[in-house]
Design a protein around this ligand. Structure first.
Ligand code: PMP
Length: 388
């Protein structure tokens, strides 16, 4: 890539494979309507704000000490939450937290990737996966999805048997498409992985299957979670986060549910004391108020349904706009935008920030408050007819 405006002097011994790389992240712009990073747009209830302040104040006098490295109380809270949210009761030893599911994923790659190892994903998918792979010297490989963005199970199985990855990363709902993964498809993948050897590993070693469920709380009742399969599949890891439905992105708390064996692998690669006492206290306070934190999820699901319907009623240059079926809090729409950057720019000119991501011709919008969605609709209706 073009290095001409880089501030990194060529005299620094930056790793060869990082030369020319850019820090990852969506633009953090100060605009009125931010629908670009899939957050929950509703701020915490004042009661929760007070509870967080109280919990943090209670541990502040102990901040000269390191936090509980094993974050046992928080892992118990993850367990209680999942039992309530998905009806699956897991032991504390089957749960593990970190600073966002970003850090969970990095720890998974640190433990199960590495030089000579391959991680397999399904294109298009979350754009951070290749970065975790790069940072852990893991080869990142993609298998195509079906035209409707569902997993091409046969192609995925073929790819697994062909490349013998150490990790298969599936995302449900998938970002940026919103597509969910049927349990039957996951079971087929698990069955294959339990037979396949891993390139670069000892004999008898099989791939770990990671299901990234960052957006799963936004699913409709017919969409499954992978959690019930954990007890019968030692190589399955299900990643979750407090950042999305739980409206806690700023606190940076993600977690993973898996066999105790997988958790013990992650404990090898984690930084000591990676989760600060402040983070742990804030997360516990939020879990004390789970009802309040999840209060807007049903409404956001409705917003998604209504927005999808509205988008499908629109036309661009005589073509109907397509919307990928979504089980998340965002929608991938378009499919016919021959100049999506212009549409993005014109929306931004009107104070509405969405995301240029996914296959060419598509754009992604995250569900905002009612007022934000009204501004999005108004802006898009204005923009579509004027973009050439
Ligand atoms: N997985 C997916 C699929 C995501 O879209 C995101 C956030 N964009 C994450 C993981 C990471 O979120 P966090 O680190 O905030 O938990």
């Amino acid at each position: 890539s073009d290095q001409s405006d880089s501030t990194i002097p060529a005299t620094l011994p930056l790793r060869n494979d990082l030369i020319g790389e850019e820090p990852y992240g969506a633009p953090q712009l100060d605009v009125p309507v931010c629908l670009n990073v899939n957050e929950n747009p509703y701020p915490p209830d004042p009661k929760v704000v007070a509870a967080i302040a109280e919990r943090v104040a209670a541990i502040a006098p102990t901040l000269n000490r390191y936090p509980d490295r094993e974050h046992i109380e928080l892992r118990q809270a993850f367990s209680d939450y999942l039992a309530r949210e998905s009806g699956v009761r897991l032991k504390v030893e089957q749960l593990w937290g970190a600073n966002g599911s970003n850090e969970i994923m990095l720890q998974l790659f640190q433990a199960f990737g590495g030089p000579g190892r391959i991680a397999l994903g399904a294109d298009p998918t979350y754009s951070m996966y290749p970065e975790y792979a790069r940072d852990t010297f893991t080869t990142w490989q993609l298998v195509h999805r079906n035209e409707d963005f569902t997993l091409d199970v046969d192609a995925t199985i073929e790819a697994i048997q062909d490349v013998k990855p150490s990790m298969v990363v599936l995302t449900s709902p998938n970002n940026p498409t919103g597509t969910s993964l049927p349990i039957d498809d996951l079971e087929q993948i698990l069955a294959v992985c339990e037979q396949v050897p891993v390139t670069g590993a000892n004999e008898g070693v099989h791939p770990v299957v990671v299901v990234d469920e960052a957006y799963i709380e936004f699913r409709d009742p017919d969409v499954p979670t992978a959690l019930p399969l954990i007890d019968s599949h030692a190589n399955l890891a299900v990643s979750r986060t407090m950042s999305k439905a739980f409206a806690f992105a700023g606190a940076r708390v993600g977690y993973v549910a898996a066999s105790q064996g997988i958790i013990d692998c992650l404990r090898i690669v984690r930084m000591p004391y990676h989760l600060s006492a402040i983070t742990q206290a804030a997360a516990l306070a939020a879990f004390d108020h789970t009802d309040e934190q999840l209060a807007r999820v049903a409404h956001l699901r409705e917003t998604r349904q209504q927005t999808a319907q509205w988008l499908e009623s629109l036309q661009y240059k005589g073509e109907s706009i397509k919307v990928a079926p979504s089980a998340s809090n965002f929608l991938l729409f378009g499919g016919c935008f021959d100049n999506r950057q212009r549409i993005f720019d014109e929306l931004l000119n009107r104070g509405v920030l969405i995301r240029v991501v996914g296959p060419d011709g598509w754009l992604r919008v995250c569900m905002g408050t009612d007022e934000e969605m009204a501004r999005f609709r108004e802006a898009l209706a204005e923009v579509l007819p004027i973009v050439e």
